[in-house]
Structure formats: structure tokens, C-alpha cells
Ligand binder design. Structure first.
Ligand SMILES: C[S@@+](CC[C@H](N)C(=O)[O-])C[C@H]1O[C@@H](n2cnc3c(N)ncnc32)[C@H](O)[C@@H]1O
Length: 193
């Protein structure tokens, strides 16, 4: 399996995932939940920071994390330009030991971006970055592609991987970008204590 050179994808502008706006499902989730305490959030594989900024705008203390230095640079520049405060760090979410653990981890197109052979490490990483009792909110891309990225998944796979460690709070099909309508599934989990 060819490893994706993410930094090269940013340098050459080969970024079909970049929609210029946050995940519509996340926007709707935050609008529907003004009662949530404004806690700490980690957004791994944050890209240019659209999702991190919408968490920040809603008042959360957010840290975006990305392997690609160019993604981190763009995230910082765009966040400053938007007059918002969010932290961005360059690193490998799958390998790194977090400097702090978070109340929330928000997933959007990192799970489908990594090699499927890395999915055990991904689940281990979510558990490493999240506080006990913390929440994992995911927008999953429910395609069947095996020649990614993006790589597909199924509800069965997600349930098998996450239900041993998390209680499901809610599951729904969100509003999506036009080319992903009906192809996303949001899962809101609370980590078992
Ligand atoms: C498909 S892009 C999605 C970006 C963003 N979530 C969005 O939807 O616009 C995947 C992102 O994950 C980053 N990435 C891939 N592997 C990573 C890893 N192990 N740790 C942190 N970031 C990673 C890539 O650099 C890229 O920015």
C-alpha cells in the first residue's frame, strides 16, 4: 500500500476534501447543543482548520492536530484572519503521546484518510487522547471504496471497533456537503469509565 504524502498534497493543491467550510453535520450539532459545557476539544487531521474554527466560534477550547506542516500553517493563518482563537499543532495523531488529554475528540475524514491497516492504532489513539468519560463525535464517510484515500467503512465495522470502549449517545445521518449527501453517518459516543 502506497503511503499518502499529505504535505505534498497540500503543496500541490491536490485537496479534493477541502470544501472551504466546516462539516455541515458539525455545524448543526453545535447549533442543536447550546447546553454543552464549553470544554476542551481535539480535532485530529484538522486540515485547514474549518472544523476547529466552528468549535472555537461556539466557545470551546480547541486544538487542531495535523501531520502536514502546510495544513497547520494554513489553519493558523485562517484562524487569525477570522479573529478566532484555536491552537494548532503539527504531529502524528496515531503515534504521538498527547501533552494533555481532551474532553472531546472530533473526527471528520481522518478515519477514512488513513490506511485501513492503521485502524487499530487509530482507536488506540482516540483512547489515548481522550479523558475517561470523554466524548468522541465522528462524521464517518460511508463509502465502499477500497482504493483510497478515502477508504470506506461500514456501520458494522464502526460498531465492532468502538462499542467495546464507548456507549453510544446518538446516531444519525447528517446534513452534508452536496457531493456527500446520504453518505455520512454521525456517531456520538461517550467513553466508558
Ligand atoms: C482527507 S484530509 C481531511 C482534512 C479535514 N479533516 C477536512 O475534512 O477538511 C486528512 C487530513 O489528515 C491529516 N493526517 C493524515 N494522517 C494523519 C496523522 N497520522 N496524524 C495527524 N494528521 C493526519 C492529513 O494531513 C490531512 O490534513
Amino acid at each position: 500500500m502506497m503511503q499518502t504524502d499529505w504535505e505534498e498534497r497540500y503543496r500541490t493543491g491536490d485537496m479534493p476534501w477541502e470544501k472551504g467550510e466546516p462539516s455541515p453535520g458539525l455545524v448543526d450539532f453545535l447549533a442543536a447543543h447550546p447546553e454543552l459545557p464549553r470544554d476542551t476539544v481535539c480535532v485530529p487531521g484538522c486540515g485547514t482548520g474549518h472544523d476547529a474554527r466552528v468549535w472555537a466560534k461556539a466557545g470551546f477550547n480547541v486544538t487542531g492536530y495535523d501531520l502536514a506542516p502546510s495544513a497547520v500553517k494554513l489553519s493558523r493563518e485562517r484562524t487569525t484572519a477570522a479573529g478566532l482563537t484555536a491552537h494548532f499543532q503539527q504531529g502524528d495523531f496515531l503515534a504521538d503521546k498527547p501533552a494533555q488529554v481532551f474532553d472531546w475528540v472530533f473526527e471528520h475524514t481522518l478515519f477514512c484518510a488513513i490506511d485501513p491497516g492503521e485502524r487499530d492504532r487509530y482507536v488506540e489513539a482516540v483512547l489515548r487522547w481522550l479523558k475517561p468519560g470523554g466524548q468522541y463525535l465522528a462524521v464517518h464517510y460511508m463509502i465502499s471504496d477500497t482504493d483510497g484515500p478515502p477508504f470506506g467503512t461500514t456501520r458494522e465495522e464502526l460498531w465492532k471497533r468502538f462499542s467495546p470502549h464507548f456507549e453510544l449517545v446518538q446516531e444519525w445521518v447528517p446534513r452534508s456537503y452536496p457531493n456527500r449527501t446520504g453518505l455520512e453517518l454521525m456517531l456520538w459516543w461517550r467513553r466508558k469509565a
